[in-house]
Write a protein that binds this ligand. Structure first.
Ligand code: SAH
Length: 700
């Protein structure tokens, strides 16, 4: 049985990729009442796979015109050439999705119309609901007699039974993710070449080859997502030990860097690292490869903070047709920059060296490069570090940035100063998974005794303990394992604090688990105990995204093929999936300014009050104050730390930039609305306190 947890820390798996598959499965969701990610058993293929379909970046990929055009060009060119020299063409489309590339091949063969060359197209697709969609799309375009769809992973195809012994001489495959190899492309090509194809000489693979590039860059913004910085610059009592500084693992951090180019300062030229000829994949040592590149020339003084990775495909044998994810700063042609393809399914990869390294222009550095079957690893130097294997993430990249954000720290400091200025606060209880607030208190307020409730995340506990033990003087704290065990005298506690932050949270208001904990244990404490933060308010804002909405917009026609069966299935899947609000890091996506509406407060929760099992619901209006196309509504939560000082997980003012240290919730409208200033949109919103669910609906 396959346990599948939605990967929240990285977008890597946003396209559909399956290493194993059965139709019985578990799916996970965050329950903010219990604070757990719950595994829900689903005994049929509906809910789980519908969710997978609805949330995948499949539509975005089909909207990627550049990708579609380059594939079709390469297909036409290859088939035209082949039909001149071959009596028989047998095409295998690996990972057919909607059937698009097979249909392109069928159209190309029809146009060539060479009677002396016979042809056959087999398409395979591992994700069964998708294979069904492929069959429907192919039928809709009257190509069922030309294309045979098999719902299997290519590595499970049997030459005799599935291909009737008819060996393949053309492979078409688009099985690449942001990291190129994360969907298992290396094994896919290697196994197909070994078991299903004719001799290498006469085999054509589209694309033929790929090259992975990296560039060494300086970027303090990217560093904030990687290295925990000390609490104070001078006289620090708490010093974060080196082995607790990097808690976000060592796998790819994928970001839309074209939109964040101003935070990147390249120090070297792009450096080609790994080259793959898909006909000759080296499967030695489980598809691993290690390389040390010496004499890499730095062009500027600076600090190597990160490696930016992208790739380029030679679509045809001659390498005349290219497709890649080259970042915008590598182009010098202004016209090309203007027309650069926006895409979410392939973005850029960021990797970090073990330590940032200061370099001077003309310095030469060595690079250690490694890949396994699915992932890439890089470091400065010649030794194989980081370890050539996966290190799990204890904190997400945005949680790392939250710890480091000066703005957020300064706000806490300002409010703590105010709260602790009255001498009545002596003992505080802290809970949650945030490392910042307890460290700030212990560093700055030695007179406060802090009782820390252990996190349910054991890795995080070890880190916190290691950081505290590393301090230069004795700190004023004790750690307790549970509130139920009566390890402390609750009546002596003056204040309860939380950032609030829990590692299992997905949407910003999932951290309201804090509220449920307070309510659960409220009766243990004195009635006049102070609560920090005191309130939460969920807010929203109507937006016109420049691009983000495309990931969920219908495809209809793609390269003159009718893909409405795909749209219908996605629409059905979206309707069956209850959460219409998805987590997104909005700092990565531009939207029209000024915004279409002002910020609207939807619901306010006073953490002192018990709302029991109530469902608070009300109807509200979003008033548009600008003309435009409303294609999305952004949601986030603010916390009132102290009398009217709020900490946001979104924005404070309409035209601010989105904070980069928390995801926001986004509802992408299935049908964008043309709006004019003065128009109103009716919404129904609220909170179901029993289920711990934020409620939102547009009343059309
Ligand atoms: N070819 C389509 C879809 C590309 S997305 C298009 O270009 O529009 C990649 C698809 O390949 C996904 O649907 C995934 O499920 C499938 N896939 C990946 N590896 C596969 C393999 N080895 N065998 C069969 N399907 C695979």
């Amino acid at each position: 049985m396959f346990l599948k947890q939605i990967v929240h820390f990285s977008k890597k798996s946003i396209r559909l990729s399956y290493q194993f598959q059965t139709m019985s499965t578990f799916t996970s969701r965050t329950n903010i009442v219990t604070g757990n990610n719950e595994w829900i058993f689903v005994d049929n293929d509906n809910f789980d796979y519908q969710q997978e379909l609805a949330r995948s970046a499949f539509a975005d990929m089909l909207h990627d015109h550049e990708r579609n055009i380059q594939y079709e060009k390469a297909i036409i060119k290859t088939l035209q050439n082949l039909s001149k020299s071959m009596k028989k063409i047998h095409i295998l489309d690996i990972g057919t999705g909607t059937g698009l590339l097979s249909m392109m091949a069928a159209r190309a063969l029809n146009q060539i119309n060479n009677t002396s060359c016979s042809s056959r197209i087999t398409a395979c697709e591992v994700f069964q609901p998708m294979a069904k969609i492929a069959k429907k799309c192919i039928e809709k375009n009257d190509l069922s007699d030309r294309i045979r769809v098999i719902d299997k992973r290519s590595t499970e195809l049997n030459l005799e039974n599935d291909l009737q012994g008819d060996r393949i001489n053309v492979i078409i495959a688009e099985v690449f993710d942001t990291e190129l190899i994360g969907e298992g492309a290396l094994r896919t090509f290697s196994e197909a070449c070994k078991h299903l194809t004719i001799d290498n000489e006469n085999l054509h693979i589209i694309p033929a080859r790929a090259t992975i590039y990296i560039q060494l860059v300086e970027s303090s913004v990217l560093q904030e997502f990687h290295t925990l910085k000390n609490i104070s610059q001078q006289n620090q009592r708490i010093n974060i030990p080196n082995d607790c500084r990097h808690l976000a693992g060592n796998t790819i951090f994928d970001l839309n860097l074209n939109e964040l180019k101003d935070s990147i300062r390249p120090l070297t030229k792009p450096i080609p690292i790994f080259h793959f000829n898909f006909k000759h994949i080296n499967e030695m040592n489980n598809f691993t490869e290690e390389k040390i590149l010496e004499n890499i020339q730095c062009n500027y003084d600076g600090r190597i903070d990160a490696f930016i990775m992208w790739w380029n495909l030679d679509m045809d044998e001659q390498g005349e047709i290219q497709l890649g994810t080259i970042p915008v700063w590598c182009y010098d042609d202004q016209e090309k920059i203007k027309n650069i393809q926006w895409r979410e399914h392939w973005i850029h990869g960021i990797y970090y060296p073990q330590e940032s390294k200061i370099v001077k222009a003309k310095d030469q550095v060595s690079l250690y490069c490694f890949h396994d079957e699915y992932s890439l690893y890089f470091d400065v130097g010649t030794s194989p570090f980081p370890p050539r294997s996966f290190i799990p993430a204890i904190l997400s990249r945005s949680a790392m940035a939250a710890f480091n954000s000066d703005k957020r720290r300064n706000k806490y400091i300002k409010v703590l100063e105010k709260s602790f200025s009255s001498s009545s606060i002596k003992r505080c209880l802290y809970f949650g998974d945030g490392l910042l607030l307890p460290l700030l208190i212990l560093e700055i307020y030695p007179n406060i005794e802090l009782i820390i409730l252990q996190s349910s995340n054991t890795h995080l506990n070890h880190c916190l303990e290691a950081i505290l033990l590393n301090s230069t003087i004795k700190l004023n704290y004790q750690i307790i394992s549970s509130l139920d065990k009566n390890e402390i005298d609750f009546q002596t506690i003056d204040m309860i604090l939380s950032e609030p932050f829990f590692t299992k949270s997905i949407l910003p208001w999932d951290n309201l688990h804090y509220y449920y904990l307070i309510q659960k244990y409220r009766s243990y404490f004195r009635s006049n105990i102070k609560i920090f933060p005191q309130k939460g308010r969920i807010r929203c804002l109507a937006l016109e995204f420049n691009n983000l909405h495309k990931i969920r917009s219908s495809v209809k026609q793609c390269c003159q093929f009718d893909l409405t069966p795909f749209d219908e299935q996605i629409m059905k899947a979206s309707l069956n999936v209850d959460e219409t609000i998805e987590p997104q890091s909005l700092f990565e996506y531009s939207s029209k300014k000024p915004t279409l509406s002002s910020i609207i407060d939807l619901i306010e929760i006073d953490f002192e009050k018990n709302f029991y099992d109530k469902i608070e619901k009300k109807n509200l209006e979003i008033l548009f104050i600008e003309n435009g196309i409303c294609n999305g509504i952004a949601f986030w939560i603010d916390y009132e730390l102290n009398e009217n000082i709020w900490l946001t997980t979104g924005i404070e003012n309409e035209n601010d930039s989105w904070i980069n240290y928390s995801k926001q919730g986004v509802h992408l409208l299935p049908k964008p609305i043309y709006v004019q200033s003065g128009m109103k949109l009716q919404i129904s919103t609220g909170f179901d306190f029993k289920q711990g669910q934020f409620l939102f609906d547009i009343i059309y």
